[in-house]
Design a protein around this ligand. Structure first.
Ligand code: GLN
Length: 492
């Protein structure tokens, strides 16, 4: 059961081979046993999870005995799921990896959480993450680092590292993540998973604690593209409570998954295949491209001439938005408040000094600086112009291809501490993923090989709303290969 696909779990539940309570218990027991090793979950509530499972079993009973699984998102009823602790969950603590919110119990559900609750998925718990989703290694979490199930001396990636480790160690069939500059794709690559960041605006950000609002998107992290397609169909959709949510008809993201790949045109950006990539990553990505050619795809070189500017532009825009978003944490209405202070200003200063960790403070300082009078034009406005050029590069590239492929990360998982002292080195972990966020495009990572026992990820980028095509490309590759089905030894 722990290695079953969502489709298989849905079939087992519909055929009454297992109940949701039994399935939920199985995963809760695994979490109890293995979470002390991985630190993937930060909040658990067995009673709440089991009562949701009982409700799901009642729903399943009404569907009829010995039935087949429902079509679409309704098939997910009774299947357990874990949420990144950035999503507000009514009655559950929502700490966002920070001391600032370590005592915060959300009064409402995020849109994404609501969508999964409505189809009857069972929340197992909340997953560890980098503080306010700022990081690439999970080392900035107030709740301690998450261990990579493939090698517990290595990071799982970040910021959705708890979600990634939880799925990789089979502590949950699937999880949610968020991706501002790579935080779904990078940990998916480092933990051997499939993770998808949708087109900006496809999934509502309501109730998702804001980091950089013009970049943040929620998406699924799971064992396969087929699982991600099912989950995305459940989580995507218009929501009037998010002003950047797009009003588009609902989509079935599994609709193209079985189509053959003959004729698929894959663009290979020359900038993604230059220096800076590990040899082992290059070899795995090249082998994956050879497999795609065998499946009938053709490859064509494309250019993304401004991509070298994506990391610098991101580290102006994202901190600028973060400094504004995080100004709400002032110790007044909720979150950490300093126990001793002289007056109101002192209370603000002490609460924020005590509540935020170093990386968050660094971003707030950078963001405040680039937005300040006299620097705004030189930094923020310039970065916005570069952002537009990066989006135009992708639009031009997609005139010659259907999807773009390349590495997700320059190297496989690194050791704890390897980059923690050098923020710029850490920021470069997202060198291949960040441009995709700046352009608002959909992107995903799928496992394509190993280097010394550590997974390597292949990144697939689509044009706006190209999710179904990307999922088709990923699924056909996963039918031909078994990288995605391998499991780390430590999960046993
Ligand atoms: N690693 C990047 C950062 O630290 C991206 C994080 C994310 O996507 N949330 O900002």
């Amino acid at each position: 059961m722990i290695n079953s696909s969502l489709k298989e779990l849905a079939a087992a539940l519909a055929a009454k081979k297992i109940s949701s309570v039994e399935l939920t218990t199985l995963f809760l027991d695994r979490i109890e046993k293995l979470n002390p090793t991985f630190n993937a979950f930060v909040t658990l509530d067995r009673d709440k999870a089991l009562s949701a499972a009982r409700a799901a079993d009642e729903r399943l009973a009404k569907v009829g005995a010995g039935g087949t699984a429902a079509a679409g998102p309704a098939a997910l009823t009774g299947i357990p799921l874990a949420h990144k602790d950035i999503f507000c969950t009514a009655g559950w603590r929502t700490a966002c990896g920070s001391k600032m919110l370590a005592n915060f119990v959300s009064p409402y559900d995020a849109h994404v959480v609501e969508r999964f609750n409505n189809v009857g998925m069972v929340m197992l718990g909340k997953c560890n993450m980098d503080e306010f989703a700022m990081g690439s290694s999970n080392e900035t979490s107030h709740f301690g680092p998450v261990k990579n199930p493939w090698d517990i001396t290595c990071v799982p990636g970040g910021s959705s590292g708890g979600s990634a480790a939880a799925v990789a160690a089979r502590l949950t069939p699937a999880a949610t993540g968020t991706d501002t500059g790579g935080s779904i794709r990078q940990p998916a690559a480092l933990c051997g998973l499939t993770g998808l960041k949708p087109t900006y605006g496809v999934v509502s950000r309501y109730g998702m604690i804001a980091f950089a609002s013009s970049l943040d998107q929620a998406g699924p992290m799971a064992k396969s593209a087929e699982d991600c397609a099912l989950l995305l169909s459940a989580m995507a959709g218009f929501d009037p409570r998010d002003s950047t949510s797009l009003e588009r008809p609902a989509e079935d993201y599994t609709r193209d998954i079985d189509k053959p790949l003959a004729g698929l045109k894959i663009g290979l950006p020359r900038e993604f295949f230059g220096a800076g990539m590990d040899d082992a990553v290059r070899a795995a990505v090249e082998a994956a491209l050879a497999e795609y050619r065998k499946l009938g795809a053709t490859t064509v070189e494309v250019g993304l001439p401004n991509s070298s500017l994506s990391v610098p532009a991101y580290y102006v825009i994202a901190p600028a938005e973060a400094s504004s978003n995080l100004s709400r944490f002032d110790g007044v209405r909720y979150g950490h408040r300093a126990p001793d202070y002289a007056d109101l200003n002192d209370m603000y200063a002490k609460s924020r000094a005590q509540g935020f960790g170093d990386e968050v403070k660094r971003r707030i300082l950078i963001g405040t600086y680039v937005l300040s009078h006299g620097y705004y034009d030189a930094y923020y406005l310039k970065a916005q112009k570069i952002r537009r050029l990066i989006a135009a590069d992708f639009a031009a590239a997609f005139r010659d291809c259907d999807v773009i492929m390349g590495p997700t990360t320059p190297s496989p998982a690194f050791k704890f501490g390897a980059k923690a002292a050098d923020p710029v080195q850490m920021y470069l972990s997202d060198i291949y993923t960040i441009a995709v966020n700046l352009a608002g495009l959909p992107g995903m990572s799928i496992p394509c090989g190993f280097d010394h026992g550590l997974p390597v990820g292949l990144q697939i980028v689509g044009p706006w709303f190209g999710e179904a095509r990307m999922l088709n490309a990923a699924h056909q590759y996963q039918r031909a290969t078994d990288w995605h089905a391998r499991m780390p030894e430590t999960m046993k």
